[in-house]
Design a protein. Sequence first.
Length: 317
Amino acid sequence: MSRAAKSINSCLRSGFIWVVSAFLLACSPPHEPVNLAGNNWLGYQPFYVAKELNPQTVNELEFSIHSLPSTSNLLRLMSEGQLDGGFLTLDEALIYQQGTNEQLCVAMVTDVSRGGDGLIMRPDWREQPEPLRIAHEATAVGGYMLKRAKQFEVFEGKAIQPSVATLNMHASLFESGAVDGVITFHPVLGRLERMPSEVIFDSSMIAAEIVDLLVIKKSVWDRHGGHIRPKLMQLWQTSVSEFKALTPEVTRIVSVNTGLSRRELVLALADLELVGATDSEEFNLSETLKSVQQFLLETGHLTKRQSLDYCDKGWAN
């Protein structure tokens, strides 16, 4: 065999070995469980219920799921490399990605708010002097809801004065008359609705714009996505089935996590769609992404557009 032929044969063999190695790497299971975490938002509860009721199943599916007191804790742990992914709102995922330069992908759209977020006003708001005082959380979602409410002209031409208030202040501000309205969500929204009040705008009017996600670091998905995806779908199907049954034990777990009574839980679930989408055929994320990203750019939460899409697809801007 000539030196040239040997060289070609060596290259072919090396190329074959490289392809096989890459294939095995992509299909190989993670060395450790996929580490995920989230706050206690209702849309993430199916995973927490599964963890508590069927810990062995969750372990066998090679997921480690943690409930954290706040999203800020989650973001810190992700940036430190202690988590492979987490449950976040779309705006949170985009802002995190910009701040860390760490590419994320959407493993699942977990839920869509269909009325679970709302702008609720005191009954006499039309008689109040301008500007109307509207409180909302410091999150981008609060500001986004306010922007969309104004676009729907729900304030009937009246000037408004926004203010920032944490969730635990919403009810007291509303009840005392310190504000004319609040942008809030369950369980506070449901509790205020039982008082004299008027919901003049909610997320059912902007279908599919307030979404929650399970995002995973792209570097993790590139190595183990073929292993993660089927197990994630199995976990979701099992989790949602148990969650929707709302047995006394499920209700107890969710009540401890969220502070919702059974009555409040039933009301909140009526305004929440559990989606479990892993591709654009199940849920078109691109239009929602464009709308939310434009708002984040306008308000300075983002300084440049971010690329984000489903893990099994290319990138959308």
